[in-house]
Design a protein around this ligand. Structure first.
Ligand code: S3P
Length: 165
């Protein structure tokens, strides 16, 4: 069993919105590894970062990705930083991975003040700019398809993904 599609991309790329819409269109389930991590830890992501640190969060995230890749057959969205781990990127090989790309201004608009996203607690715009630059090669590395999301509706993005599945 494997996900029909794995969505990667930065915070604000629209992974949750597009993922749910794509899953609905395909008649399959939608899963978000952020929620799996929260369920395992028994607390929200900001509390995991605060209490246990980012390294612990990343370990839970990697385990959540592996479990979902092995046991879930719907649309899977990964947290924006999941691709930081080399072992996570390696595990994505052979899967249908769609990179939802987004520009800085649009990402900032979508995440606002970064509520619920501990990495954006301070200076969200500068942080997002840095993360987008740093991670772009990693998203590209794992992606079998890149779909831009700026100035497009979720339905439009879903339609484009579906033509490739
Ligand atoms: C993170 C993105 C978040 C979440 C955590 C860390 C990141 O997920 O996993 O706050 O490092 O980019 P979303 O991309 O779903 O917001």
């Amino acid at each position: 069993m494997a996900p029909v599609c794995v969505l990667v991309g930065a915070m604000g790329a629209g992974k949750s919105t597009v993922g749910q819409a794509l899953a609905d269109a395909l008649g399959v389930g939608f899963r978000d590894t952020d929620l799996d991590v929260e369920a395992t830890a028994g607390k929200p992501i900001p509390e995991i970062f605060f209490d246990d640190g980012e390294e612990h969060f990343r370990a839970l995230e990697h385990a959540a990705v592996i479990a979902a890749l092995e046991s879930f057959d719907g649309v899977l969205a990964l947290g924006g930083g999941a691709i930081l781990a080399e072992k996570t990127r390696a595990a994505l090989a052979g899967h249908t991975v769609v990179f939802l790309s987004v520009g800085l201004s649009e990402a900032v608009k979508r995440v606002g003040f970064g509520a619920g996203r501990p990495l954006l607690a301070v200076n969200p715009r500068a942080t997002l700019r840095h993360l987008l630059e740093q991670r772009l090669p990693l998203y590209t590395e794992v992606a079998s398809l890149t779909v831009p999301t700026d100035d497009r509706t979720p339905e439009d993005v879903v339609d484009e993904i579906r033509t490739h599945l």
